[in-house]
Design a protein around this ligand. Structure first.
Ligand SMILES: CCCCCCCCCCCCCC(=O)SCCNC(=O)CCNC(=O)[C@H](O)C(C)(C)COP(=O)(O)OP(=O)(O)OC[C@H]1O[C@@H](n2cnc3c(N)ncnc32)[C@H](O)[C@@H]1OP(=O)(O)O
Length: 222
């Protein structure tokens, strides 16, 4: 099975303009998700809203990609992955997360998780913690200069994580050939970690050890 990045020759300025407009729509959809979960309006009002939402979806379906958004890049080295489940600017399921890479081998992010990410009452779903940790660890292992895939992820849930502000941190622990071990954690900012993770990330045998020569890079905006 091939994992391919899509070369699309759109000028960076145009990509950034589209990303800005798309991000605003995505924020509005995310707010709609939160509003839906927490709404206590009457049933007939829920039904009226459903009809309007269906009409809006039909407008967006007037022009669609044939499949998922994929990861795209232009020859200026700008890439965009608007469908990604964690950082995708077009994905209202993504919290979203802005990951800062301090230097190669270390990263962090701060975000607020609302009602859409609930597991135990008032707490972050364990799978959501795993999702966020997988992304930050994968990006840390890759450093956007090589393709890495999650091989094995080990999580220790030490204490429940309340919905609200959270902080994620990751750093490479060790590397050997195609194997990169990353340590990470998520918790309330300034408190002990709620979940600790260790991940073994692999550069697949079919991928180059370093892809930076392919003039492929990710902008800070992601
Ligand atoms: C420039 C590019 C930038 C890209 C941007 C990136 C952003 C990232 C953000 C994305 C974040 C989201 C991230 C996601 O969500 S990634 C999505 C979730 N992960 C997957 O779908 C991975 C599925 N698995 C595979 O594709 C293959 O099995 C891989 C590629 C992992 C290995 O297949 P490959 O053919 O390459 O390897 P091999 O079988 O010859 O074995 C080689 C060695 O590795 C050892 N081994 C194998 N498998 C495992 C395992 N599972 N755990 C531990 N060890 C394992 C094996 O024993 C052997 O060891 P040794 O005998 O040599 O000692």
């Amino acid at each position: 099975m091939t994992i391919a990045f899509i070369h699309e020759e759109i000028p960076t300025e145009q990509v950034e303009q589209r990303e800005k407009v798309l991000s605003s729509l995505t924020d509005a959809v995310r707010d709609l998700v939160d509003a839906t979960i927490r709404s206590t309006v009457a049933d007939d009002e829920l039904d009226a809203v459903r009809a309007e939402v269906e009409a809006l979806a039909a407008r967006l379906r007037a022009a669609q990609l044939p499949g998922p958004a994929g990861v795209r890049y232009n020859s200026e080295g700008r890439s965009w992955n608007w469908g990604n489940a964690v950082v995708g600017r077009g994905n209202a399921v993504a919290p979203p997360v802005d990951i800062t890479h301090d230097e190669f081998g270390s990263a962090y992010a701060e975000l607020t998780l609302g009602a859409a990410y609930e597991g135990p009452p008032g707490m972050v779903h364990g799978g959501v913690s795993a999702l966020l940790l997988d992304q930050i660890m994968g990006e840390t292992a890759s450093g956007f200069k090589r393709l890495t895939m999650t091989g094995t992820l080990t999580l220790r849930y030490r204490r429940p994580l309340p919905l609200g502000p959270v902080r994620l941190e990751a750093q490479i622990d060790r590397e050997s050939g195609r194997k990169i071990t990353v340590e990470a954690r998520i918790g309330v900012p300034g408190e002990d970690a709620a979940v600790e993770a260790t991940g073994l990330f692999l550069i697949p045998s079919w991928a180059p050890l370093d892809e930076s020569a392919a003039s492929w890079s990710r902008s800070a905006e992601g």
